[in-house]
Write a protein that binds this ligand. Structure first.
Ligand code: HEC
Ligand code: HEC
Length: 488
């Protein structure tokens, strides 16, 4: 699978001729896409060979046994699968005829993309469009209103829920759910910054517009947060770091004048509150819950964890939509396989670490105090989801903690203990390979940064000092630091 993959977000929404045909044509289109996307991983059967350039985020960790490797491959197929609406809508005992995992049934009623791969292309990050007023693509818009839900998380909007679904599978002649809940558009507002040596860098910040709202206005209280799609390799390692180690990092930072804090979030699997590790605000406690939340929120697919369709009460056509409640649309074995796959994705090896410029960059990374938050060395505990991940050292360049990153990056939308200006330090490993994986170099929670320099120049709050040190470097020093970041 070396070829560039086409985006799998359906186009019917913007092609009136197709839209009228409703769900069935959509389903057929998706089926064709599923056929073109299907297939094994790069390097299958020749594991020692170097992966294709666009498959470096899709490799399994070393040390999986044969059954685990088989589960990994099954999970990868599910990740590539385009989910469709069951064309005949209702067949008694349909589960009996449900075909193998390569096809997924149960897309919608509302959704944002019809495949995980549609946003995380090659397990990589999302791309933003630079055009003014472009439709948000490979990203999503979280929404909520003031207050909290019963578990202390964001208070969902009473009509639209907690994120906007921009597509639906309900045919055009059924008026109420019209082409998804709304359109989400982004305009970029440019601004120049001048560094101490006189160099000028253009930054841009997003201005979100929500149009074509299907159920009336969002109201003045609504809080929004644009979220870029992150790369998803190496998560099994991050999941296996002991809570103790993470809390120790927070303590050590205090002595250095920083204020990294853990998020504590709703853990639906264990029915309790747990340390948050995943998502831009660390609002997900583990990979399995994150995967189930993605199936439901992004694709409208129920799972053993989230069995109810994502249809807020006001969306009556959504609620009435047949097939409505196959229980669940993602089967338990498939949920296990794709969760295992997401836990077992290896992080790419660093490259060219011995080069003199890269070595110099490593020193500057430390001197600018980047490494206080982007912590290079971590280890997994004994309690890993499978043996190959236990007791391993690894180099993610994150502390998994929340930091106040200043007003310019604030989304104003709290998420459990993450405040309006807080973001979780994202890992930096593999960042230099993003372009070759899927052509995306967009960084930061909303994808506003087009490269590493812009990402650093947006750092404020607790990271203002690091940002200013970087800005104060000579051009050669800045380039050496970038060479290092791109090598790890
Ligand atoms: C609409 C685009 C989109 C689709 C489709 C999508 N994701 Fe995501 N994914 C995101 C975004 C955006 C985030 C970050 C969410 C946040 O922080 O609020 C994310 C976060 C994640 C994370 C956590 C990564 C981290 O480091 O914190 C995992 C794992 C993940 N997605 C897996 C999946 C899987 C598996 C699927 C398919 C079931 C999927 N995603 C479908 C956009 C998408
Ligand atoms: C106080 C903690 C802290 C310090 C110090 C810090 N960062 Fe960050 N960094 C973050 C957080 C939090 C984010 C995410 C911000 C967001 O998405 O809005 C981030 C984002 C990034 C990103 C974008 C990553 C991505 O996946 O989008 C890069 C690149 C980066 N930092 C590099 C650096 C470098 C280089 C330095 C030193 C000059 C540095 N950071 C210092 C906390 C820190």
């Amino acid at each position: 699978m070396a070829a560039d993959l086409p985006p799998t977000i359906p186009r019917s929404r913007h092609q009136p001729g197709l839209r009228r045909q409703g769900a069935i044509v959509g389903a057929l289109l998706a089926l064709v896409t599923a056929l073109t996307l299907g297939g094994g991983a790069a390097g299958e059967g020749k594991r020692s060979a170097a992966p294709e350039p666009n498959a470096v985020y899709m490799q399994p960790v070393d040390g999986l046994d044969a059954p685990e490797l088989a589960t990994f491959r099954a999970g990868e197929t599910l990740f590539r699968t385009s989910w469709i609406v069951f064309p005949a809508l209702q067949i008694p005992n349909w589960d009996v005829v449900r075909p193998p995992a390569m096809f997924g049934w149960g897309l919608g009623p509302t959704y944002i993309a019809n495949a995980c791969m549609g946003c995380h292309v090659q397990a990589g990050s999302g791309k933003t469009s630079d055009k003014p007023g472009a439709t948000v693509f490979q990203q999503l818009l979280r929404i909520s209103i003031p207050g909290t839900n019963p578990h202390g998380g964001p208070n969902p909007h009473p009509i639209y829920g907690d994120q906007l679904q921009v597509f639906d599978v309900i045919s055009a002649d059924r008026r109420q759910v019209r082409e998804g809940e709304a359109d989400v558009l982004v305009d970029w507002q440019a601004e120049m910054v001048t560094l101490p040596d006189g160099s000028r860098v253009e930054l841009r910040r997003p201005r979100i517009r929500v149009t074509s709202l299907s159920f009336g206005p969002l109201g003045p209280e609504v809080m929004t947060s644009l979220r870029n799609t992150p790369a998803i390799f190496g998560l099994g390692y991050l999941e296996s770091v002991s809570e103790e180690d993470i809390l120790a990092l927070a303590e050590a930072q205090k002595a250095r004048g920083l204020n990294g804090r853990p998020n504590y979030v709703r853990d639906d699997i264990n029915d309790k509150t747990s340390l948050g590790r995943f998502g831009w605000k660390a609002n997900q406690p583990g990979v399995r819950q994150q995967v189930a939340a993605a199936f439901l929120g992004d694709m409208g697919i129920t799972s053993p964890l989230y069995t109810k369709q994502n249809c807020p009460p006001a969306q009556t056509d959504c609620r009435a939509m047949p097939p409505g409640d196959y229980k669940p649309e993602l089967r338990a074995a498939d949920f296990d396989a794709i969760s295992f796959w997401a836990q077992a994705l290896e992080a790419p090896e660093p490259r060219q670490l011995a080069r003199a410029e890269v070595q110099r960059g490593a020193q500057l990374f430390a001197a600018a105090r980047c490494a206080l938050c982007h912590v290079p060395d971590m280890k997994t505990s004994r309690n890993a989801p499978f043996p190959a991940l236990a007791n391993r050292s690894f180099h993610p360049y994150t502390d998994l903690l929340l930091h106040d990153m200043g007003e310019a990056l604030a989304d104003g939308r709290p998420d459990f203990r993450a405040g309006p200006r807080d973001w979780r330090t994202p890992p930096l490993w593999g960042i230099g390979l993003r372009q070759q994986v899927n052509g995306s170099s967009n960084l930061l929670h909303d994808g506003r940064a087009r490269n590493v320099t812009e990402a650093i120049l947006w750092h404020g709050g607790e990271a203002q000092d690091a940002r200013d040190r970087f800005a104060g470097f000579s051009r050669e020093e800045r380039e050496a630091l970038l060479a290092f970041v791109n090598a790890i």
